[in-house]
Design a protein around this ligand. Structure first.
Ligand code: NAD
Ligand code: UDP
Ligand code: UDP
Length: 312
């Protein structure tokens, strides 16, 4: 039996990952400080004999015995990661050091949830893993982008120096049920605004693009990546190459919800990347994976989730 540790396990992606790990028979230790995650995301797992929830901040050492570590702890929404930027960098960097130290002591395999943000505002499009990125080191997004870049550095140095089995995935914008309604990310914002018939807030001119992956596809890729041969480290992009402008996304959400919301334009936050689309050639080849859920279908499921949540 695998004893799997999921840091950030009470968050959006982490809670779905815990579900899949429990389903397949793992013993799951979910560690979270509940900064952006919540117990309600894993409430349905609490009585399960193979599930354990621990309140802990990964910037502090953690001594447990596990075989696999999925390191997801880190706020992912710009609103939250910019709220306490020093803590964000600490979470990525000290968190990585502690989890790598743990992996080294118990000889566990360890996966890092990195991000497309390592590419910054890219001048290569779509982004392949070999592209080194264009990241501002001193801007308001840097605590997240540079924290995640430094975490990747640490992963590769522990791999080279201590022979750790590492797996690094670069996750592109992922959405789905259990995103926090006030999380501030674009999909949850637009859906919640549409369901409340409030104005839909487009930052900038809405012509910037993102590529949106449904959570189930993402978790499948994460599990496959963890099970690749020891020598395969990544970094590997995971995301859905379907690319949309924020205006197109807003129009889809309005159509799906039948909302009377109007679009309003607000200032674009600084360093907001203009375009983003993953090159997923490596994932196709290495883990035989590509996303299956189209944006319309994933949005439908996400709208249904928020409709229920807002009615409660
Ligand atoms: P989320 O904010 O819902 O989840 C992050 C979880 O980490 C939360 O439960 C939070 O409470 C926890 N956490 C934060 N700081 C912590 C700390 N110091 N100690 C312990 N727990 C801590 O976000 P998510 O979308 O589920 O993202 C999960 C991971 O995936 C993050 O590392 C994020 O950077 C990465 N990622 C997500 C996306 C995406 O589009 N969802 C894209 C790229 C990368
Ligand atoms: N660490 C941890 N759990 C463990 C082992 C280590 O949290 O089971 C932390 C430890 O506090 C240390 C960090 O991981 O600060 C890095 O550990 P490593 O062994 O690589 O470095 P060192 O202990 O030599 O600083
Ligand atoms: N955005 C928007 N309205 C919102 C929230 C976000 O237009 O209410 C834009 C944001 O400026 C960015 C894109 O949507 O260009 C994606 O933002 P998000 O915060 O979801 O993730 P990012 O990819 O920027 O980290």
């Amino acid at each position: 039996m695998n004893r799997s540790l999921v840091t950030g396990g009470a968050g959006f992606l982490g809670s779905h990952l815990c579900d899949r790990l429990i389903e397949r028979g793992d013993d799951v230790l979910c560690v979270d400080n509940f900064f952006t995650g919540s117990k309600s995301n894993v409430a349905h797992l609490l009585g399960h004999p193979r599930f354990e929830l621990m309140r802990h901040d990964v910037t502090f050492p953690l001594y447990v015995e596990v075989d696999r570590i999925f390191n997801l702890a880190c706020p992912a929404s710009p609103v939250y990661y910019q709220h306490d930027p020093v803590q964000t960098t600490k979470t990525s960097v000290h968190g990585a050091i502690n989890m790598l130290g743990l992996a080294k002591r118990v000889r566990a395999r360890i996966l890092q949830a990195s991000t497309s943000e390592v590419y910054g505002d890219p001048e290569v499009h779509p982004q392949p893993e070999g592209y080194w990125g264009r990241v501002n080191p001193i801007g308001i997004r840097s605590c997240y982008d540079e924290g995640k870049r430094c975490a990747e550095t640490l992963f590769f140095d522990y791999h080279r120096q201590h022979r750790l089995e590492i797996k690094v995935i670069r996750i592109f914008n992922t959405y789905g049920p259990r995103m926090h309604p006030n999380d501030g990310r674009v999909v949850s914002n637009f859906i919640v605004q549409a369901l409340r018939n409030q104005d839909i807030t487009i930052y900038g001119d809405g012509q910037q693009t993102r590529s949106f992956c449904y959570v189930d596809d993402l978790v499948e890729a994460m599990l496959r990546m963890m099970d690749t041969p020891a020598e395969f480290t990544g970094p590997m992009n995971v995301g859905n190459p379907g690319e949309f402008t924020m205006i197109e996304l807003a129009e889809k959400v309005i159509a799906l919800t039948g909302s009377g919301s109007r679009l309003v334009f607000q200032p674009l936050p600084s360093d907001d990347p203009k375009q983003r689309q993953p090159d997923i050639g490596l994932a196709k080849k290495s883990i035989d994976w590509e996303p299956k859920v189209a944006l319309g279908d994933g949005l439908k499921a996400t709208v249904a989730y928020f409709r229920k949540l807002l009615a409660a």
